[in-house]
Design a binder for this molecule. Structure first.
Ligand SMILES: CC(C)(COP(=O)(O)OP(=O)(O)OC[C@H]1O[C@@H](n2cnc3c(N)ncnc32)[C@H](O)[C@@H]1OP(=O)(O)O)[C@@H](O)C(=O)NCCC(=O)NCCS
Length: 161
């Protein structure tokens, strides 16, 4: 697996993964009907560090790293991760998570926060625990899961010092 900064030519592959994840509607609070234009504008927003993971020169995953808050909160990073459905369970997510933590340290962030980890997202939760994140808060019923209805959402945090 090779992880590198995303370039213009990655936009189609990123959109395919983004659309697949968001259309499923069970992990992110994005509109499942979100347009390609809006999705890519968000994923490539100014100040966002956008990366892709490749396997055999095919993009199989993508992540973004950015500030969680502006101004006096800008020493805390935020990140989001997506792996193509047919590439899951092969270490791509873990590889991107580790890469993201080291990028965040390199940039000078002091901590990383995930604002919206859906409590039913077992694979993500396990991975974030393994990467040293802890649940620091629970948002009761904050996500409307397509099958399970209103489920809790976790805020997760880890220091980078
Ligand atoms: C969460 C996600 C990024 C994980 O990526 P992945 O490439 O499948 O994960 P990996 O193969 O690197 O597995 C890493 C760890 O995740 C956990 N994991 C992965 N798949 C799992 C599954 N089906 N069930 C339970 N845990 C799982 C395990 O802890 C695994 O480590 P282990 O194999 O040593 O136990 C991926 O499933 C995804 O893109 N999901 C949709 C979007 C999403 O939920 N993003 C995160 C939002 S908070």
């Amino acid at each position: 697996m090779n992880i590198r900064p995303a370039v213009e030519q990655d936009r189609d592959a990123i959109w395919n993964i983004f659309h697949e994840v968001v259309a499923a509607g069970d992990t992110y609070a994005f509109d499942p009907q979100m347009s390609r234009e809006d999705a890519l504008a968000y994923w490539f927003c100014e100040g966002t560090h956008t990366h892709v993971a490749e396997q055999d020169r095919h993009v199989v995953g993508t992540y973004i790293l950015k500030v969680n808050q502006g101004g006096a909160g800008s020493h805390v990073a935020n990140a989001a991760f997506m792996v193509a459905l047919n590439a899951r369970g092969q270490g791509i997510g873990r590889g991107m998570g580790e890469h993201c933590l080291s990028e965040a340290r390199r940039i000078g962030f002091r901590a990383m926060q995930f604002n919206f980890v859906v409590s039913t997202n077992e694979s993500a939760l396990r991975l974030w625990y393994q990467l040293g994140f802890k649940i620091v808060g629970t948002l009761p019923g904050a996500f409307r899961h397509p099958e399970r209805g209103y489920v809790d959402v976790y805020v997760m945090f880890r220091s980078l010092l």
